[in-house]
Unconditional design. Structure first.
Length: 147
């Protein structure tokens, strides 16, 4: 029989384990004794004096800023190429006005540490590229449009 002392969340338990004939350990129901262990009180850190409040600041007049235009180059096409998942644009391989065939890579999107090539869904001409390198996109965002 082997005796072990186990501490769980500050509580100390004594456990006895009996070995079987084959040498494999078998668990034995043994009474568990809870032993009180004295705990030293925690030291309290000294508190620094509180600084005086700063003088009130006069509110400044806020001028509304127009929203930033997208990186769209040209007019929107009838065929939209959407982001299949959220990620970051690593490379833009197509330009507005470029003729592409079905399967040509338009944009490289990094998602979950993998590079995903976003391809043209059909033959056409790139009408607009609505993203730029380094931009983060969400699933469903328009990456480019084709005519």
């Amino acid at each position: 029989m082997k005796n072990y002392t186990i501490t769980v969340n500050g509580n100390v338990y004594e456990v006895s384990v009996e070995e079987g004939i084959s040498g494999a350990a078998q668990t034995v129901s043994a009474p568990v004794t809870k032993v009180a262990v004295p705990v030293a009180p925690k030291a309290v850190a000294p508190v620094a004096p509180v600084a005086k409040a700063a003088a009130p600041v006069e509110p400044k007049e806020v001028t509304p800023v127009a929203p930033k235009a997208t990186a769209s180059t040209g007019t929107q096409g009838s065929i939209k190429v959407n982001a299949p998942m959220p990620g970051k644009i690593l490379e833009v391989k197509a330009n507005a006005g470029q003729v592409v065939k079905k399967g040509d890579v338009l944009v490289v999107l990094e998602a979950m540490k993998m590079e995903n090539e976003i391809v043209a869904s059909q033959d056409g001409t790139v009408a607009s590229v609505d993203v730029e390198v380094g931009k983060s996109v969400e699933a469903g965002d328009i990456l480019a449009t084709l005519n």
